[in-house]
Structures are given as C-alpha cells and as structure tokens.
Design a binder for this molecule. Structure first.
Ligand SMILES: Cc1ncc(COP(=O)(O)O)c(C=O)c1O
Length: 375
C-alpha cells in the first residue's frame, strides 16, 4: 500500500489541469459549459444515483470545484474511504446528522459544539439526546456518536463495544476521530458506519483554515452526502481548499512528531510529578491501561493531553508563565497551545488546562512546562 506522505503529495496528480507543480487556486464560482451542444446535459441527467456533484465536471463551486476535488482525492487515500469535505468540522457533523436522521442520539461528553448542534435539533425537532450509558433508549435507525479520543481529556473509548451495541439495536455509529487521525487510529478497523474529522486541526495543521470531512465506505452514501451538501451550502471554499492542500503535503511528518512529543511530555510529567506540588492530574490515552486502547491507537497517541492543577487561580495563571505554549483554544497546529478550558467549554472543570502539542523541539517544550509548573 502506498504510504501516507506519498499519497498526500501525489494522489491528486491525476486531476492536474495545467503543468504547474503547485496546483493553482481556482477562485471562480462558475464554470463554462461545454462548447459542443452535444456535450451539454439537462439537469434531469444529474438526478441519477451515479452522478457525483462533488467530483464530476465542475458547474458551480457550491457543488464542487477543482481544489475541493483535489482535497477529497487525497483525503480519501489517507482516510481509507470515500470523503466529502466541508467548510468546518461542525458542518461535517451537521451533514452526518442530516444524513442519518435519528430520532435519538447517544453522545458522550466530547466537543461542546456537537452538543450545540444536537441541542438545536432537540429544540426544533424534538430529537432526543441521551448519554453513552443510556443505549437502552435507542431504537432502530438511531445514532451513537462516539468521540475518541475524547475532548478535553484525550481519553479513548472502546469503539468495538459501541459497534456491537449498535448492531444489536439496528442503530448506526458515527466516530469523531479529530484527536487521532491516521496513522494514529482508524475507526473503520472496528466496523463503524461513518467517521468525521475537523480538518481545521491536524490536516490543516497551521491554525489558518477551517474545514471538516466525512468518510464513508459506501460510494452511494458519498453521492448522497455530496448531493445534500449542495443544499446545505457547506462545501469547503476555494482558498481554504488550497491552504488545506498545501498543508496535507507535510501532514505525516507533523502528526507523527506531534504524537511522539505529546507522549514524551506526558511521560515526563508523570515521572516528575513530585516536583510540581500544584499538578494534580494528568489525562492522556498513553496512561490508560484497557486492552482496547493500544488496539485503537495503533499508530501512537493523540498530540492533545490535559492537566488539572489543585487550585483554580493557579490553573488560570499557568498559561501566562509559559514561553512557547500560546494561550488559545483549538489544536492541531504546528505551534503548541494551552487553554484554560473553562473559557470555551462551560462544562469544563475550572482547574483544567488542555494542551495541544506542536512541532517545536520537545526538550524546549518540556523545560518550558517545567519552569512554569515550578513557579
Ligand atoms: C473533536 C472536535 N470535533 C469537532 C470540532 C469542530 O470543528 P470545527 O471547529 O472545524 O468546526 C472540534 C473543534 O474544536 C473538535 O475539537
């Protein structure tokens, strides 16, 4: 099988339209129809099961455009399925919910934005929201949404358990694998129905674009998602696609280093915890002992981990003592970030700090954390 970086750099070559080594940014929203009248098709031809508006001859950029098609081509190689790109991770989640159309959704803690979308659906359409330990309330056609590793603790959930439960009910499983994209994990190994990623994070990798994607094994589902996306108006934009393509070229180098560095930092903090009287807890999947964890995290652990300090004020002020970790939300970028999580997540414990490890020298990052935690 071709390697991740080879695909990230070359999988879109088949779509070259010009001789440029770096694909141009196509800013056009509309595309000329063929000059030969025999090649012009009426709209009724587009309503077939085999017409894919995301990748056939471009018509209008809300359906698909050369840069989004390239992004999807590369991501489909990296993510082991058919990929549809969106203008944010939350757009991808919303599109998945529209597709599955469940009456009840089981969801864990996870990213508060996904809960926000479900709350809207609950308010307007009475969609019922239950916890992951209330699966007995699910019926055929309902949905189990598993975020793993889960925000903000970067703790891994047993995907196989939820897939087996879903099968026994006739429900579907959607996994948000934003915290651990390939080669770290691949939820398809455990038979899930669909995967989502916020591509804003590791695929983008430079904190300068918003994007998301859904991955399915079924080409028919992909066509349905591409058709739905026309009317949701949530295709990834031209310039964002270009930035994402640029970022994907270096994706494998970044994710591997970020994962290795985070695991090393967590290990260091655990081994030296006695030096930091304010450090109360460290959360990361590398500290979990269940057998499913290593099975799922086959390529390494997430570059995100969390720590809890023993006092709220100390947690709030720790970011101001750090030199390299920027105090900001989000994750996945080349620069390390730390966030007093209570700023963006109303449910987060006020002693909690979420850390996203970038690609800086890991020894520099360790000494930065060391000096701040000693203060
Ligand atoms: C796990 C997870 N899923 C989804 C999202 C939403 O992605 P986006 O910000 O690209 O809409 C985020 C954003 O932080 C996230 O962390």
């Amino acid at each position: 099988m071709t390697g991740i970086s080879t695909n990230a750099i070359h999988a879109d070559q088949v779509l070259n339209r010009v001789t440029d080594v770096v694909p141009p940014i196509n800013v056009t929203t509309t595309f000329r129809y063929p000059s030969n009248p025999n090649d012009i098709r009426p709209a009724t031809d587009y309503q077939s099961d085999s017409y894919d508006p995301s990748s056939d001859t471009p018509i209008y950029s809300r359906l698909g455009h050369p840069n989004s098609t390239r992004v999807e081509k590369i991501l489909s190689k990296l993510l082991d399925g058919e990929v549809i790109a969106y203008n944010s991770g939350l757009s991808a989640f919303f599109a998945a919910i529209m597709y599955f159309n469940p009456k009840t959704v089981a969801i864990g803690d996870g990213y508060h934005g996904c809960h926000g979308i479900l709350n809207l659906l609950s308010r307007n359409y009475n969609v019922k929201i239950v916890n992951l330990d209330q699966l007995d309330q699910l019926k055929e056609g309902d949905l189990i949404h598993v975020e793993t590793p889960e925000n903000p603790y970067s703790i891994v959930h047993d995907i196989e358990y939820y897939v087996n439960k879903a099968k026994s009910i006739g429900a579907k499983v959607l996994v948000d694998a934003t915290f651990a994209p390939p080669p770290l994990s691949n939820p398809f190994d455990f038979g899930v129905d669909m995967i989502m990623h916020s591509a804003t994070k590791y695929f983008g990798g430079h904190s300068d674009l918003l994007a998301g994607c859904l991955i399915t094994k079924d080409p028919k589902v992909k066509i349905q998602l591409a058709t739905d996306r026309i009317f949701l108006g949530t295709n990834i934009a031209n310039l964002e696609s270009y930035l994402l393509l640029r970022s994907l070229r270096t994706y494998e180098l970044r994710i591997k280093q970020q994962s290795e560095s985070a695991t090393k930092i967590v290990k260091y903090l655990v081994e030296n915890k006695n030096n930091y009287p304010t450090l109360d807890k460290i959360h990361h999947s590398s500290l979990q002992t269940e057998s499913f964890v290593l099975k799922q995290m086959k390529g390494g652990h997430s570059p995100v981990f969390s720590i809890e300090l023993n006092e709220i004020e100390k947690a709030k002020s720790l970011p101001s003592k750090l030199k390299y970790f920027q105090h900001a939300t989000s994750l996945g970028g080349v620069e390390s970030l730390i966030e007093w999580r209570a700023v963006t997540d109303a449910n987060a414990r006020k002693t909690l700090l979420r850390v996203s490890v970038g690609i800086e020298n890991v020894e520099d990052l360790i000494s930065d954390l060391d000096q701040a935690l000693r203060q």
